[in-house]
Structures are given as structure tokens and as C-alpha cells.
Design a protein around this ligand. Structure first.
Ligand code: HSE
Length: 307
């Protein structure tokens, strides 16, 4: 049995929604799975030559986890990955690997696990639910732990908004970026973020893009992480001056996410230029929203696609 899975990149937080909001972006990793005796992995594109190609490959671990959860014996998998999501940049490459592995493994088993079960397994593996929820469901997602399960919903994003992602030529460590955060916050900062994350969801749901500049401000993570990325304030300023409605660190960084009305021409160039002035190279990508999330695509000789 063979299946092909396509999983989107994701940007978490969108400013104030730390560990809550996720956005699926139209930049995909593709994975072909075939049951086999033992594990064989080939990787093309991003991370080739660096990512693990044995049983410790994260996609393989996800597939194996699906087999275990389904109560099916695990023999191994032949896996071919075509990666387009840059790793360690705050664009959900690790979430895509867990979700892709779980969805592919589930499909090989005949899809006994439903989406909620896959989501909970992925969030447990990743450690926080925001990226894996967006990777699995697509769109703009809101997620939280509810006991030992994840409660989540996906919202459509206004079609006239475009996302510009600046990807620096430098990797970030999520663990380091989480370690930079304080243990606690003042009530004023908690209220500041509650107001903004609620406003952000309401603004996107009602098409009030004029509110995004305020709604994407944050006091829970970005001010602390800015110390790791001293060029961040300059890039955000350049994006807004070039016409972006708002701009924030993507996940734990170092990528930066800007939102623009219409195609956002010039925003990406301005962000690249601001980064370059700070002595760092990077490329800007204009990406649409991925509205479907991870998908099982028809593989040769197989039946209809199913998530
Ligand atoms: N919400 C997580 C964080 C996302 O900001 O640490 C990590 O990609």
C-alpha cells in the first residue's frame, strides 16, 4: 500500500496568540509512504543531507505513532520526502513532519484514527497545539488543551489578505526562544493580549482588516524574543512603512510574518532590505492561505483521497 500526503507550512502566534493561533500557508512538504520491512528514508529539498534518514526521522516517528495508536503491528516504512518548508525558521517544519507522519501512517492503516485523535497525538508530540492544528486543519486555527485532548476550530481568512513571510538565512531554536520567556506576567500584560487576540479573531472573521495593526500587537513573547533577533523591530517598521497592515514574529522565529491587503507588492522587498541593512540575508515569500490542511492524495493504484 502506498499513500502520498501533502502538509502545509504554518505560522503560529500571529502576534498575541501565543500557543493559541496558527495559520496554514500554501507552501507544502510532500511525503510518499509505502509499507516495508524496516525503514528507508530519502529527502529532497529543504533539510536534505541534514535531517535524520533512519527510524529517528520525525515523519517516520509520526507514522509509527499512528500504527501504535491504531493497535496495528509496525514493520517499517519506505518514505520519500520532498520538502519545501525551511527547517528551524518558525514555519512549522517540525509540526508538518509530525502531522504528515501521523496522517500517512493512519492512511496506511485504513484511516482508523479520526482528526481529533490525530490532532491530540500531534500536539502531544510537538509540545504545543498551535502549529500542528493549522497543519492538520488549514486556515486560521484556534486551539487549546482541554484536559488531555485538544479543542480546536479553523476559521476562513478573508481572501483579499496576503501573507508575506521573510525567511532569514539563519536558523532559530524553539527551545531557546521559549527559554527567553518569563515565568509570569502582570495582569496588565495578560489583559493587553486577551484584548488583542480576541480583536484579531473578530477582525479576521468580520473582514475588519483596518484593526489588524492594533490586533497583532503582543506583550507575552515578542518583546522577550526580540533580544534574540535584534533586527526584528527594523524589519517590522519597514514592512508597515511599505504598506503592511501588521507584522509579527512567525512562531518562535526567526521568520517574520506580514499581512497586506491585496498582493502586498513591495512589502517583501522592504523586509529583505531592512534585514540586509542589519547584516543578514533572507528571502521574502508571498504566500496564500492554505485552506485544507494536511491531505492524503491519491497514490498510484489507490482509492479516493481521504484525510
Ligand atoms: N507557539 C510556539 C512558540 C510556536 O511561540 O514557541 C513555536 O513554533
Amino acid at each position: 500500500m502506498r499513500v502520498r500526503v501533502r502538509v502545509p507550512a504554518t505560522s503560529a502566534n500571529l502576534g498575541p496568540g501565543f500557543d493559541v493561533l496558527g495559520l496554514a500557508l500554501a507552501l507544502h512538504n510532500e511525503m510518499d509512504f509505502e509499507e516495508s520491512e524496516g525503514v528507508a528514508v530519502s529527502i529532497e529539498g529543504e533539510g536534505a543531507g541534514r535531517l535524520a534518514t533512519g527510524a529517528d526521522n520525525v515523519v517516520v516517528k509520526g507514522a509509527r505513532m499512528a500504527f501504535q495508536a491504531a493497535g496495528r503491528p509496525w514493520r517499517g516504512v519506505r518514505l520519500r520526502c520532498v520538502n519545501r518548508i525551511p527547517p528551524s525558521r518558525g514555519l512549522g517544519s517540525s509540526a508538518a513532519a509530525w502531522v504528515g507522519g501521523l496522517v500517512g501512517g493512519n492512511a496506511l492503516c485504513g484511516a482508523p484514527l479520526d482528526r481529533d485523535a490525530l490532532l491530540t497525538l500531534a500536539a502531544r508530540a510537538e509540545g504545543h497545539p498551535d502549529n500542528v492544528t493549522a497543519a492538520l486543519l488549514g486556515g486560521l486555527t484556534v486551539s487549546c488543551w482541554a484536559g488531555d485532548r485538544v479543542a480546536a476550530a479553523s476559521l476562513p481568512v478573508p481572501a483579499d489578505l496576503s501573507w508575506v513571510v521573510l525567511v532569514p538565512e539563519a536558523e532559530g531554536s524553539t527551545a531557546e526562544a521559549r527559554a527567553a520567556l518569563p515565568e509570569g506576567y502582570s495582569r496588565a500584560d495578560a489583559v493587553f493580549n486577551l484584548q488583542r487576540v480576541s480583536l484579531l479573531v473578530a477582525a479576521l472573521a468580520t473582514g475588519r482588516s483596518d484593526l489588524l495593526g492594533v490586533a497583532m500587537e503582543d506583550r507575552l513573547h515578542q518583546p522577550y524574543r526580540a533580544k534574540l533577533f535584534p533586527w526584528l523591530a527594523g524589519v517590522i517598521l519597514a514592512a508597515v512603512r511599505a504598506g503592511a497592515l501588521a507584522c509579527a514574529l512567525s512562531g518562535a522565529g526567526p521568520s517574520v510574518l506580514a499581512v497586506a491587503q491585496g498582493p502586498g507588492e513591495g512589502v517583501g522587498r522592504a523586509m529583505e532590505e531592512a534585514l540586509r541593512r542589519a547584516g543578514l540575508a533572507g528571502r521574502a515569500l508571498a504566500l496564500a492561505t492554505d485552506t485544507t490542511g494536511a491531505r492524503v492524495e491519491q497514490a498510484a493504484g489507490q482509492g479516493a483521497p481521504e484525510t
